[in-house]
Design a protein around this ligand. Structure first.
Ligand code: ADP
Length: 196
């Protein structure tokens, strides 16, 4: 599965809950980049300035990282990608990776929230977590990049009938409930669960 939506919609929070429910890893490209920056790795040095301005890391680099990660043992039975694919070229790469392993996507969870609300959330997170890309200018830039580069990605998955659109406003548990219900509507339930 994938989870998509504008910066600040709550993808990371919901991704963790979905991953727990389904017993699959939540794989966040943003987290992978931040971990590498924090640990001063070669990759971290390469992407630091890009991530801090809110632009996208080049597809070639991002694709390679995701390909490696999806080949790890814990992702074989299923995974939830958070923050990838974000460009149409990344969609093409994910299609190739899945084709090669004979896997397919079950659903794309689209979390929606309006711009004012997400900017407010991100500014609050800036105070709480001190994320370098959570300043107002960078937040605005991330929203613009999202609209320009990632909206078309959602269109592609809509055409494939995979998108489950979820209202991201409200308490975390309310949103989580909506996600679970929307997935169940599509016949996607945790292994061992009776609800079909
Ligand atoms: P947000 O949900 O606020 O957009 P993320 O944690 O998902 O934040 O991503 C943080 C940053 O990491 C992005 O602004 C971008 O610089 C980089 N990044 C994450 N995923 C990708 C991707 N799929 N392609 C290119 N850059 C990415």
């Amino acid at each position: 599965m994938l989870i998509v939506g504008p910066p600040g919609a709550g993808k990371g929070t919901q991704a963790k809950l979905i991953a727990e429910t389904f017993g699959i890893p939540a794989i966040s490209t943003g987290d992978i980049f931040r971990d590498n920056i924090k640990n001063g790795t070669e990759l971290g040095k390469q992407v630091q300035s890009i991530v801090s301005t809110g632009s996208y890391v080049p597809d070639s680099l991002t694709n390679e990282i995701v390909r490696d990660r999806l080949l790890q043992d814990d992702a074989v039975a299923g995974f939830l990608l958070d923050g990838y694919p974000r460009t149409t070229e990344q969609v093409a790469e994910l299609d190739r990776i899945l084709d090669e392993s004979g896997a397919g996507l079950d659903a794309v969870v689209l979390l929606v929230a309006d711009t004012d609300e997400v900017v407010e959330r991100l500014l609050k997170r800036a105070v709480e977590q001190g994320r370098e890309d959570d300043t107002e200018d960078v937040i605005r830039h991330r929203q613009d990049v999202y609209l320009e580069q990632t909206e078309p990605v959602i269109g592609l998955y809509r055409d494939r009938g995979l998108v489950a659109e979820i209202d991201g406003l409200g308490r975390v548990d309310e949103v989580a409930e909506r996600v679970t219900a929307a997935l169940a509507d599509r016949g996607i339930v945790p292994v061992g669960s009776d609800a079909v």
